[in-house]
Design a protein around this ligand. Structure first.
Ligand code: ADP
Length: 339
């Protein structure tokens, strides 16, 4: 049956969203469906701002960062009035199926919409944070790691030249995926992320001890600490000041910020986006609804929306062990003492 599929990109943008829009359009065309894209996330749905998406309009966008549909937060959509307007516009435009490419907030919104609208709703994980269950990787995560890594590597050059201590803040919302991965890949001396810390203030002593220990073991040399955003009250600028006072050595903060969302998607994200966009259309053909598509162990899957945003996704425990135990100087020093 020919369907009319609507798509939005919503919330924090992620490299690979365009590749996913392209895959949805090409797969939909292949199966004889029509696709429209609402602009600026849920705002476009409320304001009825959309455009027809054809194979021509998605040509060559696979390599572009950002999103041709634009993205945004939308306070109005969280209200009953906004939700009603969105539902009315879906009905008025005779949309059969609605695909949302976004993060946990966008998929929460989609789940709420599904309780008030009879059409099919499908989520696609598009966020650099990788904080959604039901998929090993979210679209954009691998590119964000590479972007953070590129900056940290550059920071290492200058840190090394001046034998400086740098505290680098990376994104991740309330999860440590980017912090852990970029710390391991850059050979950072320390990584602090929410999953490893209960109360940051209680941890100050151990952070100080860690830096002092590093100086003892390595002598005067560069130290890079990767820290997840929202972890330290006041951010890395505050932590750098506090540490400087405590250890008497200047610590410099560096906030990577929004550059982590930009750039051309790496091959992994283009391929993942292509698979998940196509799979979203294929499960529409099967009549599924209320799920997010994902990929686990290289196999496509679909999980209920309320599972993907409410179940906390765990970091790779082996990577955590390597970073926090095997490669940790304090642990090494303690172990050497007891040998
Ligand atoms: P992300 O999708 O990247 O996590 P946000 O958390 O900002 O980004 O969510 C994007 C948009 O999704 C919000 O601006 C809002 O319109 C919608 N949204 C988020 N949470 C909810 C919710 N609990 N109910 C309804 N809509 C929501």
């Amino acid at each position: 049956m020919r369907k009319k599929i609507a798509v939005i990109t919503s919330g924090g943008d992620a490299p690979g969203m365009n590749a996913c829009v392209r895959a949805i359009v090409l797969a939909a065309n292949r199966y004889g469906h029509q696709v429209v894209g609402f602009k600026h996330g849920y705002n476009g749905l409320i304001e009825n701002e959309y455009k027809e998406l054809t194979a021509d309009s998605v040509q060559h966008i696979i390599k572009l960062g950002g999103t041709i549909l634009k993205s945004a937060r939308c306070e109005a959509f969280t209200t009953d009035k906004g939700l009603t307007t969105a539902v009315n516009n879906l009905t008025r435009n005779e949309i059969d199926s609605f695909i949302v490419i976004g993060g946990d907030g966008s998929l929460r919104g989609l789940d709420r919409l599904s309780k008030h609208w009879d059409g099919q709703v499908i989520g696609v994980p598009g966020t650099i944070d990788n904080d959604l269950s039901g998929t090993d990787n979210t679209i954009g995560y691998q590119t964000a790691i590479d972007t953070a890594l590129d900056s940290i590597d550059k920071l290492r050059d200058t840190a090394d030249a001046f034998e400086r201590i740098f505290l680098v803040e990376v994104m991740g919302r309330h999860a440590g995926f980017i912090a852990l991965a970029s710390a391991v890949a850059s050979g950072a001396e320390q990584a602090l992320f929410p999953e490893s810390i209960e109360d940051p203030h209680l941890e100050l002593e151990s952070i100080v001890q860690h830096v002092e220990c590093l100086r003892k073991v390595k002598g005067k040399s560069s130290i890079i600490m990767v820290i997840a955003e929202h972890l330290w009250p006041g951010g890395v600028t505050d932590l750098a000041e506090t540490l400087t006072k405590q250890i008497g050595i200047e610590c410099r903060p560096c906030i990577l910020g929004h550059i982590q969302r930009g750039g051309a998607p790496v091959a992994y994200d283009r391929i993942l986006a292509t698979k998940l966009g196509t799979y979203a259309v294929e499960i529409i053909n099967e009549g599924q609804s209320g799920v997010m598509v994902g990929e686990i162990n290289n196999r496509q899957c679909a999980h209920k929306l309320n599972y993907v945003y409410s179940e906390q996704k765990a970091l790779d425990p082996y990577l955590v062990k390597i970073q926090q135990n095997i490669f940790d100087v304090v642990q090494c020093l303690n172990q050497t003492k007891t040998l």
